[in-house]
Write a protein that binds this ligand. Structure first.
Ligand code: EPU
Length: 420
């Protein structure tokens, strides 16, 4: 079990480069299996979820070559009937994209129910609804999802009852090789959905409307492999932006798409930070001794992202006044609050809302990360706090952030990583 030890109270300053987007790459990697030739993915983040996905593909007999920040996947060895090992599939959420991909390629797929962060109920009914609309049969038994369409998939109209990133992606993947046109209504609009559509279109798919709430996929007979650079990770960028504001620092964050960060920028400016954009960089400075209290409500894109809610609530824990933070995507995303209490915060959770009474300062304490973003949030708390904070459960953080401790150290933080 890895842990980090932080001596807090230092202002972050300097320059940091953001890697490729986790939630994009974990969709593009399985999507490469739809093609008949090899694909090359660039701007690949060095994160745990990518390593697990590479292991899944290798265990399925595929050739995967990974360099420092790129990966080549050759799906030619893929044959019908191969299932990803349960133990690996359960280690990340995005393994369920293999359902859409294998269903499209071979008319059948069998994948263990996926893992991922423990942040509340994570149903997959909308994925199943989509597969069924395309003509597949689907069952979930003994923790395994089985889908089959012996006569192939046929394009259809699918209306999502909830805006779901995962269901939008899975249906898009399945529909790419279906016979006829599929329309996904009430689709998720996250930039990683656009990124995936861009990758698939470069390989020969016919997808229109990604980034809006209606996506049209005209099925094609086959895809060829292609080269694709994954977009930057806006949650990694948001984490540095919030950390810069939280430590009253001055940080320039490179390799970002500032537009994707608008909801974060808006809230940081409301809280009193200065945010300036220049090309693919964004600079955050904070000169106020304490942020202003602000209210935040998480929503599907382009609303405030749930994945940045926990770090943001840490910043607000020292604000002047009371902030109301409403989590409308994941009911289990306030688990970091109990840990933060050990550091002197005054936060009350009522259902889906955290009521944060700002305190003048945080104090270092031993705390435990229960999920990926909770871990990032606790690291920010440690950077702000007086004295030493020891954070266990860092393996959650490794799943989705590349070298986070090293990057914070390069910005002036006193942070050390050790085995627990
Ligand atoms: N939902 C359903 N039925 C479904 C699917 C989703 O009711 O079939 C509900 C969920 O319970 C949730 C809401 O719809 O309340 C949104 O879920 P969504 O499907 O959009 O989430 P996801 O695809 O499981 C992805 C990211 C999450 C991120 C969410 C929301 C990946 C691998 N994961 O999850 O990322 O929080 O979208 O933006 O892309 C993270 O990176 O820390 C993370 C948890």
């Amino acid at each position: 079990m890895a842990k980090v030890v932080i001596t807090g109270g230092r202002r972050l300053h300097g320059r940091v480069r953001v890697g490729g987007r986790k939630n994009s790459v974990v969709a593009v990697i399985p999507a490469t299996l739809l093609a008949e030739g090899a694909s090359h993915i660039e701007n690949l983040p060095a994160i745990g979820d990518v390593s697990v996905y590479a292991d899944i593909l290798k265990s399925m007999g595929l050739s995967v070559r990974q360099d420092r920040d790129s990966m080549s996947i050759d799906p030619t060895g893929l044959v019908a009937g191969i299932t990803p090992p349960r133990e690996l599939a359960q280690r990340l959420r995005a393994s369920y994209y293999l359902l859409g991909v294998l269903l499209a390629r071979f008319g059948e797929a069998e994948v263990a129910l996926p893992g991922g962060c423990d942040i509340g109920l994570r149903p997959i009914d909308q994925h199943i609804k989509g597969f069924r609309a395309l003509g597949a049969e689907a069952t979930i038994e003994h923790g395994v999802v089985r889908v089959s369409a012996p006569h192939g998939l046929t394009g259809a109209q699918v209306y999502l009852d909830v805006v779901s990133v995962g269901a939008t992606i899975n249906i898009m993947l399945a529909a790419t090789l279906a016979d006829g046109t599929t329309t996904i209504e009430n689709a998720a609009k996250e930039p990683h959905i656009v990124d995936l559509a861009d990758y698939l279109n470069s390989c020969g798919a016919k997808i229109q409307g990604a980034g809006t709430d209606v996506i049209r996929i005209r099925g094609v007979k086959s895809l060829s492999g292609c080269v694709h650079a994954v977009i930057p990770d806006e949650i990694e960028a948001a984490t540095f932006m919030i950390a810069a504001a939280a430590t009253r620092g001055d940080v320039l964050i490179d390799n970002v798409i500032p537009k994707h960060l608008d909801p974060i920028t808006a809230k940081l400016v409301e809280a009193g930070a200065e945010v300036t954009q220049n090309g693919d960089s964004i600079r955050v400075t904070m000169s106020r001794p304490r942020p202003r209290a602000v209210n935040v409500k998480t929503l599907p894109y382009p609303g405030f992202p749930t994945d940045a809610q926990q770090p943001m609530s840490v910043l607000l824990s020292v604000a002047e006044g009371t902030s109301f933070v409403t989590e409308s995507i994941w009911e289990g995303r306030f688990k970091h609050v109990d840990e933060l209490k050990r550091m002197g915060t005054n936060i009350r959770v009522e259902g889906r809302m955290a009521i944060i009474e700002g305190v003048p300062k945080l104090m270092g304490a031993p705390v435990r990360a229960t999920d990926l973003r909770a871990g990032a949030a606790l690291i920010i708390a440690g950077l702000m706090a007086e004295g030493q904070t020891e954070i266990s459960g860092i393996e959650h953080v490794d799943r989705g952030y590349e070298r986070l401790s090293d990057k914070f150290r390069a910005l002036g933080a006193k942070i050390a990583r050790m085995q627990g």
